[in-house]
Structure formats: C-alpha cells, structure tokens
Design a protein around this ligand. Structure first.
Ligand SMILES: Cc1cc2nc3c(=O)[nH]c(=O)nc-3n(C[C@H](O)[C@H](O)[C@H](O)COP(=O)(O)O)c2cc1C
Length: 202
C-alpha cells in the first residue's frame, strides 16, 4: 500500500459522523501502513468547479492541438485524475443528502471519470482503467437504509458502487453510520461504525 486517497465531503466539521469514522479509519490505515502517503481532500472547503463548456472540451477533446491549447482548463481535472489513478486505496466519506450524494462529491466524480483516462470503450463495452485499487465507502445518513422500508431510497451506495465499477474499482467495502436522526440509534451509530473499522479487510 503506497498511496491512499481520502475524499471527505461533509461541511459539518467536528459534528460530522462520516468524518469522525473517516478519522478512525485514517488512524488504522496509518498503523497498518506507516509509510503510505495519505492524501485527504476536503471537498467542503475546496469548492471544485462544475464542468463548464471549456473544461468539458479540454478533458474530452481528441485533437492534440486543442488539448494543448486548453491545457490550463484541464489542469484541475488532470491533477485529481492522476491522484486517483496513482492511489491503491480510495476512501470516500460522505453524508447522504436528499437520498443521494452532495453535489460537491458529484463535482469530483465528474472531474475524474474521464474517457481515455479512467475508462474507455473497447469493442462496444466499457473498460475501467482505474485498475488494482480498493475502495472503502463511509456513508452517514439520518435514516436506516441497509434494511427496512427506506432501502429503495438509497441512491448513495448503489450509485457509488456503480460509478466506481464503471472505472474499474470493484473491490468496495462499505461502513455505514446510519440512523443519525433516529434518537434510539444516533448515539450508537458512530461507535458502531468505528468498531466496524477494526473488522475491515485491509
Ligand atoms: C441537506 C441535508 C439533507 C439530508 N438528507 C437526508 C436524506 O435524504 N436521508 C437521510 O437519511 N438523511 C439525510 N440527512 C441527514 C444526514 O445524512 C445525517 O445528518 C448525516 O449524519 C450527515 O453526515 P455527516 O454527519 O457526516 O455530516 C440530510 C442532512 C442534510 C443537512
């Protein structure tokens, strides 16, 4: 394990359940892999750009002259994609917002899921280019989505697994911090997830 990339999303700082569990995970990873490089991105403060016309052109053009002219517009996406491709382990710690992922995480995904860099089409099917990586999802939610009537409302884990699989990352484990808005479950949710960190296959 040489490179660990951790993407954190919640703007709630010390109150954030997903960040708290991500900290526990970072500590375990630090113990297991003391020489690994850990890069942490705080998307709540980084304000990644949404794709605009010029960035979209810059990261999708097949014309080398245009690519060279638009190099600067592709810079942020290039950096983030390089980081992802160089990582051995990707950690995404995110809240559920309105049953899906916060838009800042979608902005990161839009900047790193790139044709020719992280996926390509070959003979009519897609080939993920982000090979030989594991991912861990730390997912915090007010409700419970692993069982019960709200299960079908979870557009976080299915989406993240699908989009990671699309770019070639299929070894994905999930840590749930759920029930944060349910008084009977809230107090135990973070300690339970912290305990689950110890059981992860790393
Ligand atoms: C804007 C917003 C939207 C939310 N939407 C949902 C939701 O759709 N379903 C849910 O179970 N919880 C929802 N919650 C609750 C959060 O998922 C919960 O508070 C979680 O702990 C947030 O993660 P964090 O503690 O890492 O910030 C929402 C919270 C906010 C602030």
């Amino acid at each position: 394990m040489n490179n660990i990339l951790m993407i954190e999303v919640s703007p709630r700082g010390a109150d954030s359940a997903s960040r708290s569990v991500a900290d526990t995970l970072a500590a375990r990873l630090g113990d297991l892999y003391p020489s690994a490089r850990l890069v942490r991105h705080d998307l709540a403060v980084e304000h990644l750009p949404h794709l605009d016309d010029v960035t979209l052109r810059a990261i999708t053009t097949r014309d080398p002259a245009e690519a060279s002219r638009l190099k600067e517009a592709a810079r942020r996406s290039d950096q983030l994609t390089d980081e992802l491709l160089q990582s051995d382990l990707l950690v995404i710690a995110t809240p559920m917002w309105n049953f899906g992922i916060p838009s800042v995480l979608k902005a990161w995904i839009d900047l790193v899921v790139r044709p020719g860099r992280s996926f390509q089409y070959s003979n009519g099917s897609v080939v993920g280019l982000a090979k030989d990586k594991k991912a861990i999802l730390v997912l915090a939610s007010g409700g419970v989505f692993t069982e019960g009537p709200w299960r079908a409302w979870d557009f976080v884990e299915p989406y993240l697994r699908q989009i990671l699989g699309f770019i070639g990352i299929t070894d994905v484990q999930t840590l749930r911090v759920e029930g944060m808005n349910i008084p009977a479950l809230a107090a135990d949710a973070v300690p339970k997830a912290n305990k689950a960190v110890a059981d992860l296959a790393l």
